[in-house]
Design a protein. Structure first.
Length: 459
C-alpha cells in the first residue's frame, strides 16, 4: 500500500478550502488577485530578495501560503480536529489566551513543524475553543452547552478516514481525495442556524463570538489569509479594488527588518441567515466572516518578544486603537515612535540575541581555527551567512484586534485574563508544542550542520 505524503494532502486541502471560500466570499478572490500583483511587483523590484528566497527554498511557498481560523464549541470537537489536522501533517503549536483581550476563547495554531514541510506548504489554522465558563449567565451557559452537545460537525466519512489514517499510518492517494472532500464539509458555511432567533439574540448579546460558535451547524472558516511581502501596499490599494480595509494594521509598525506578524483585513460580511424553532422560521443575518492579509517577518527570541511586548503595551497605554479607526493616525504615529527603541537592522538584532537565524556555510575558504569560533565572528568573516527564520505563529493581541475591528466595539468585553493551558491541553488530548523551542532547535540544527560542512572541508 502506497501512502501519499501528508504535505501533499495538506496542499490538496488548502487549495480546496481556498476554492470553496472564494465561491462563498467573492471579495476573497479579489484580495488574492491583489496580493499576487503586489508580491510580483515587490519581487521584480528586489531581485536580490527573490534570489535569497529561491536559494532558501522559500519562494514558492509565498504564493501558496494561507492561514485559516475556526472556532470550536466543545472539547470533543477540539480533540477530533487535532486528529484531522494530524492526517495533513499539522500539529498544535503555541497556547493563546484571548480572554485578556476581551474574547472568550483560548487557542492554538495547527501547522507543519519541519522546515521542509513548511516550504512544501505552510498552511496553518488558528483554532479557538469557546470558553462558556467565562459567560456570567448560568442559564444561557446551560442552553448553549445543550445546543453544542447535540451537533455533529464531522461527517462519518471523515471520521472513518481519520481512523484509517491512524491505523494504517497514512492514506492512499484515492483515500486522500475522499478525505479532503469529507473534511471540507466541516468548514462549509451554512445559512441555516441551529437555534431559534430569540436564543441567537441572547447569545449575541452575551458575546458575538458566542453566537458565531453556538448558533451554527459547524465551525465555518471565518477567514483565509494570504501572505503578502508588502502589507502597506496592499492596505493602500484595497480601496481601489472596492475593498475597505480596517484602519490600523495590527502588529509592529513598518520596518526595514520585518518582525513577527502584521495583519489587516476587510470588514466582516453581513450574511443572510434563517433561524428556526422547528415550527417558525425567522429570516435574519449574521456577521462574522471577513478577509485578512498578513506579512510575516523575523521570529523573535524570548528576549526580543519581551521587548516587543513592552513596546506594544507602552504604545497602547498612550493610545488604544479604536475599532472604528477614529484615532488610527495617532495610534500609528505613536507606534512608530515607540518602536524606534527596537533595533532595525539584522546585525544588531542578531548580535543582541533578539531574533532567530538560520546559519549556512557560504563556501568561502576557512581555517581550522574557524571551527571553534563563535557564529558572530564567522558571519563577520563571511564564512557563515545568517538568514532570518520566518515567524510561523500568531500574536494574541493582533488576533483580538482583528476580531474586534470586524465584530464591533462590543466584541471586546471585560473578561479578566484567565489563561488555562492545562485545561486546554486536556481538552485537546495532547500538549501544545512550545514555539520558542521549535525556533531555537531550528537555529541550533542549522548551526550544527553549517559547522559540519566547515569541518568536512578540512577533513
Amino acid at each position: 500500500m502506497c501512502h501519499i505524503d501528508p504535505n501533499a494532502i495538506r496542499t490538496l486541502f488548502s487549495r480546496a478550502m481556498s476554492g470553496m471560500y472564494r465561491d462563498e466570499v467573492p471579495a476573497y478572490g479579489t484580495l488574492l488577485d491583489l496580493v499576487r500583483l503586489v508580491n510580483e511587483a515587490r519581487l521584480e523590484a528586489e531581485p536580490s530578495e527573490r534570489a535569497r528566497l529561491q536559494e532558501l527554498g522559500e519562494l514558492d511557498r509565498v504564493s501558496e501560503e494561507r492561514h485559516g481560523a475556526i472556532r470550536l464549541g466543545t472539547p470533543q470537537e477540539l480533540s477530533t480536529m487535532r486528529r484531522l489536522f494530524a492526517v495533513m501533517g499539522m500539529y498544535p503549536v503555541g497556547y493563546y489566551d484571548l480572554s485578556a483581550a476581551g474574547v472568550p476563547v483560548h487557542s492554538t495554531a495547527f501547522r507543519p513543524l519541519e522546515q521542509s514541510a513548511l516550504n512544501a506548504n505552510p498552511f496553518r489554522v488558528f483554532t479557538s475553543l469557546l470558553r462558556l465558563d467565562l459567560i456570567e449567565d448560568a442559564e444561557l451557559r446551560a442552553e448553549a452547552d445543550e445546543v453544542l452537545s447535540q451537533r455533529k460537525i464531522f461527517t462519518q466519512g471523515c471520521l472513518d478516514l481519520i481512523a484509517r489514517a491512524e491505523a494504517d499510518g497514512g492514506l492512499t492517494s484515492e483515500e486522500a481525495e475522499s478525505f479532503v472532500a469529507e473534511a471540507l464539509e466541516t468548514f462549509r458555511w451554512h445559512p441555516e442556524a441551529n437555534v431559534e432567533h430569540a436564543l441567537y439574540k441572547r447569545l449575541h448579546e452575551a458575546h458575538r463570538l458566542v453566537a458565531d460558535v453556538v448558533a451554527f451547524k459547524g465551525p465555518h472558516i471565518n477567514h483565509l489569509t494570504p501572505r503578502t511581502l508588502d502589507i502597506d501596499a496592499v492596505q493602500r490599494l484595497m480601496p481601489e479594488r472596492g475593498i475597505a480595509p480596517k484602519a490600523v494594521i495590527e502588529g509592529p509598525p513598518a520596518r526595514a527588518v520585518p518582525i513577527l506578524l502584521r495583519q489587516t483585513s476587510f470588514k466582516a460580511l453581513e450574511e443572510p441567515v434563517s433561524y428556526s424553532d422547528g415550527v417558525t422560521t425567522v429570516d435574519g443575518s449574521h456577521t462574522a466572516r471577513f478577509g485578512e492579509i498578513e506579512q510575516r517577518g523575523l521570529a523573535l527570541t524570548p528576549k526580543g518578544q519581551a521587548l516587543y511586548d513592552r513596546l506594544l503595551a507602552h504604545t497602547r497605554g498612550l493610545v488604544r486603537p479604536a475599532a472604528d479607526g477614529s484615532n488610527a493616525a495617532e495610534y500609528m504615529e505613536t507606534l512608530e515612535r515607540t518602536f524606534a527603541d527596537f533595533p532595525d537592522d539584522l546585525e544588531t538584532i542578531r548580535t543582541e540575541g533578539l531574533g532567530y537565524f538560520r546559519y549556512s556555510a557560504t563556501g568561502k575558504g576557512s581555517s581550522t581555527e574557524d571551527l571553534a569560533r563563535d557564529p558572530a565572528t564567522l558571519v563577520t568573516a563571511g564564512v557563515l551567512r545568517a538568514d532570518p527564520i520566518i515567524y510561523e505563529d500568531f500574536l494574541p493581541i493582533s488576533a483580538a484586534g482583528i476580531f474586534q475591528s470586524n465584530l464591533g466595539d462590543e466584541a471586546s468585553q471585560g473578561f479578566a485574563a484567565n489563561p488555562n493551558r492545562a485545561r486546554f491541553e486536556e481538552d485537546l488530548g495532547a500538549p501544545v508544542i512550545d514555539l520558542h523551542q521549535r525556533y531555537a532547535e531550528a537555529e541550533a540544527a542549522s548551526l550544527a550542520h553549517a559547522r559540519a560542512v566547515l569541518a568536512h572541508a578540512h577533513a
